[in-house]
Design a protein around this ligand. Structure first.
Ligand SMILES: Nc1ncnc2c1ncn2[C@@H]1O[C@H](COP(=O)(O)OP(=O)(O)OP(=O)(O)O)[C@@H](O)[C@H]1O
Length: 373
């Protein structure tokens, strides 16, 4: 890393030349268009000592330019695997097939040089743990400035001034750019990582559980800030989360993943209002809703069982062993992806979704399953 060597104490006001260059940089970056992503038949396998681990299999989805997509599902369903693959951060032994077209260019399988060219500039990442994205031995201002200098022909002073601008956007005082990651609280570190991810106004922001490590108040503050910034910068975003309530507030479209496959996808409002896949129905039940005055409190219903071992994925529908509505065909035949209106679901029984939705809202439906499991 090239240290920018800022003054180590106090905050030095930028010179008129720096301010003029900053204005040109800001203008250039703000004219960058949002990115359009098309993921087609993406499969990702990890080679392990016990064989190929089928972490993601044949998934397709699209993020139209300027929209947000929520990627949800239980732990281990492959959400982070998708994000890391899009960012080119997988170990070399990872087997990847399919295409991910970023503005029409396939970004899978690019070499390090090509990756360096578009990472941070066209696609950037906010990870679950801010500590993993920050280098402990450089001050935060150096790290943000260096990312800017790697892609934009500006002076170090201007890169630093842009970092200050980003800090202001995420609600951090400019003076703290001189500090090291360990001097920040968890919430502040997460804001710093968001500032870094936004510094080059990348067309596509990948936010992988950006608030998981934080307390509920900080989670809500950071999500509000991400939403505000997103509206301001008009980029596209993939938001990975367990929390479908956050997706409902933030994302136009949703992809529900289960055991490495897409169970259901479509506009968030439609999918959450009228889910077609029993897994989406189960996920909805497992999330708390604030009680509405005069209405009985909704019980939380968990889905019995666990995600299957993807070293040897089961035949048929991967959710069948946990699905209260599964029939024989579900255990033996891979379900086709069925389009119903604006939604798509991989289920043999989408024609019975209305009946399933009523049954899925009753705790007994899942409790009886637990007995059977
Ligand atoms: N490098 C690796 N080698 C082998 N298996 C891996 C590797 N990385 C991830 N996995 C496995 O792939 C599966 C999917 O993991 P992934 O982190 O993508 O899931 P996730 O849905 O993002 O879960 P979480 O919400 O807990 O982050 C998991 O079972 C995980 O153990």
């Amino acid at each position: 890393m090239v240290a920018v060597a800022p003054p180590r104490s106090g905050h030095r006001p930028a010179s008129p030349a720096t301010l003029a260059e900053l204005e040109r940089l800001t203008d250039r970056l703000s004219r960058k268009p949002a990115a359009h992503l098309q993921v087609e038949s993406l499969s990702i396998g990890y080679s392990t000592l016990r064989g190929r681990f089928h972490a993601v299999e044949d998934i397709s989805f699209e993020v139209p330019a300027g929209t947000n997509l929520g990627l949800v599902g239980e732990s281990g369903c492959g959400k982070s695997t998708v994000v890391k693959t899009l960012m080119g951060l997988q170990p070399e032994s990872t087997e990847v097939s399919g295409r991910a077209l970023l503005d029409g260019r396939n970004i899978l399988g690019l070499d390090e040089n090509a990756l360096r060219d578009f990472r941070w500039k066209r696609i950037s990442l906010i990870t679950q743990s801010a500590m993993n994205s920050l280098d402990p031995v450089y001050c935060i201002g150096d790290q943000i400035s260096e990312a800017i200098l790697a892609h934009e022909p500006v002076s170090k002073a201007t890169a630093w001034a842009r970092a200050e601008q980003m800090f202001a956007l995420v609600g951090l005082p400019a003076g703290r750019l001189y500090e090291f990651p360990h001097m920040f609280s968890g919430g502040m570190r997460q804001r710093a990582v968001i500032a870094m991810a936004l510094a080059l106004n990348a067309g596509l922001l990948l936010a992988d559980e950006p608030t998981t490590a934080l307390d509920p108040i900080m989670q809500s503050q950071i999500m509000t800030r991400i939403r505000g910034i997103h509206a301001h910068m008009r980029c596209s975003m993939i938001l990975v989360t367990h929390d479908i309530a956050v997706v409902a507030e933030t994302c136009e479209n949703i992809v529900v993943m289960y055991a490495g496959k897409v169970a259901e996808s479509g506009p968030t409002a439609d999918v959450l209002e009228r889910p077609l896949h029993p897994y989406t129905m189960g996920l909805k039940n497992a999330f708390p809703r604030l009680p509405i005055r005069g209405e009985p409190r909704q019980p939380l219903i968990s889905i019995p069982g666990v995600v299957p071992n993807l070293l040897l994925p089961p035949p048929g529908c991967r959710f069948a062993s946990r699905c209260p509505f599964a029939t024989e065909v579900c255990h033996s035949v891979t379900p086709p992806v069925v389009q119903v209106g604006v939604q798509r679901a991989a289920c043999h029984h989408t024609d019975r979704a209305a009946e399933f939705r009523l049954a899925a809202a009753r705790p007994d439906t899942w409790r009886n399953m637990r007995g059977a499991a």
